[in-house]
Design a protein around this ligand. Structure first.
Ligand code: GCU
Length: 368
């Protein structure tokens, strides 16, 4: 049944090369480059390729957080590139009882533990958490405000060139710089081979673009990421490009993104399954909420299913699920691609975190 539905929807396949021939495990790196190129050119813009040195300074340290179970640090991350330096803060929470814990890199809306993150529970489950507040990398003011943070540092032009990066690209770039810091300076205390980047909504889109570009991320979790994230941009039932333009959030993408608005929407030369397929053969978890109509939960499911062919091409199990559409409460963690559909609205809930932790713990127990 699902195969027919996938066919009917006529999605673009991540395992067909641009010339129409089938990709193979040998040509996968070439296919990766094609998909990165399409997504950069038409959706997120190009990430600057400027070598920078990254280092961090522990600005605050406490050993008494969460009943003394957790070490809490504020770290100033600095990138030093030819044109100067840029500094932004992160928080790092490390459970004391675990030796070299795996890490969630949480792309967060607000500083400190907010309603989207049950921090004590996550640390009790044996995970460390790095928190990057997205607006510390660049503002989210809408309507083309590229006047601070990474945008200012890299000198975004006004108006932007067609393929110059948008804010999703900048937030994803910051996530990779946090990864640079963890890999270079915290490898003694943290399992830096098991860093999972996670975000909700616009930050779920960001987590996917970070995980797609930066192969050091062991796992990528997108929660209710919707359009520009895990939801297919074809035959979609949720948001459209016009909605982003109306809200001023088209600045999250590059200028070219707008070219496919309206009737051209279904004619895009790329689809979101390209984004999720770029995470293969690593771990991917896509979480949807049944009442989140804007994010098109069933569109998110189909993208996940479609992208799964990339894992299969590489000899891995992708999404393992029954041959039917998902219903609320479904959780499909058996392959390297996981999908879950929660009842309720747009939110990153405790229930979601528990699904994600279950998925990761199972994979860790299998040696992934
Ligand atoms: C808006 C936006 C969505 C986005 C969401 C969020 O609703 O249109 O695309 O995912 O905000 O980030 O909360």
């Amino acid at each position: 049944m699902l195969k027919e539905l996938l066919k009917e929807r006529d999605y673009l396949s991540p395992v067909l090369m641009s010339d129409g021939t089938a990709a193979s495990s040998d040509s996968w790196q070439k296919r990766r480059r094609e998909m990165l190129e399409l997504l950069s050119r038409h959706s997120y813009g190009y990430t600057p390729d400027i070598p920078c040195q990254v280092f961090g300074k522990v600005a605050e340290h406490s050993g008494i957080s969460y009943a003394g179970k957790v070490t809490e640090e504020k770290i100033e991350i600095t990138l030093e590139c030819g044109m100067g330096s840029f500094t932004f803060p992160i928080m790092l929470y490390i459970p004391k009882r675990v030796k070299k814990p795996p890490v969630f890199l949480h792309l967060a809306f607000r500083p400190v533990a907010d309603r989207y993150i049950p921090l004590e529970e996550i640390c009790d489950n044996g995970f460390a958490v790095a928190v990057l507040v997205y607006t510390d990398a660049v503002n989210d003011n809408h309507y083309m405000d590229f006047n601070d943070g990474i945008a200012k540092f890299f000198g975004v032009t006004h108006p932007r060139a067609e393929t110059e990066w948008g804010k999703i690209g900048m937030w994803a770039y910051a996530a990779s710089r946090v990864m640079d810091y963890l890999v270079s300076f915290r490898y003694d205390e943290l399992d830096i081979n098991r860093v999972c980047v996670i975000g909700h909504s616009r930050l779920g889109k960001t987590a996917l673009w970070a995980g797609a570009q930066d192969e050091r991320f062991w796992c990528t979790v997108s929660n209710n990421s919707g359009y520009g994230g895990a939801a297919s941009s074809k035959c979609g039932k949720g948001e459209r490009i016009d909605d982003f333009i109306r809200l001023g959030s088209d600045e999250w993408f590059c200028e070219n993104f707008k070219k496919y608005k309206g009737e051209l929407e279904d004619k895009k030369p790329y689809d979101q399954a390209f984004l999720t397929a770029l995470i293969a053969p690593r771990l991917l978890c896509v979480g949807s909420a049944a009442e989140d109509r804007g994010a098109d939960p069933i569109g998110e499911f189909f993208t996940t299913l479609n992208a799964s062919s990339a894992w299969e091409l590489l000899g891995e199990r992708g999404l393992v699920c029954p041959d039917r559409l998902p219903t609320p409460g479904d959780f499909f963690p058996d392959g390297k691609v996981c999908y879950h559909l929660r009842a309720g609205r747009h939110f990153l809930s405790r229930e979601d975190w528990n699904f994600y932790m279950r998925f990761l713990k199972e994979k860790i127990s299998l040696g992934y």
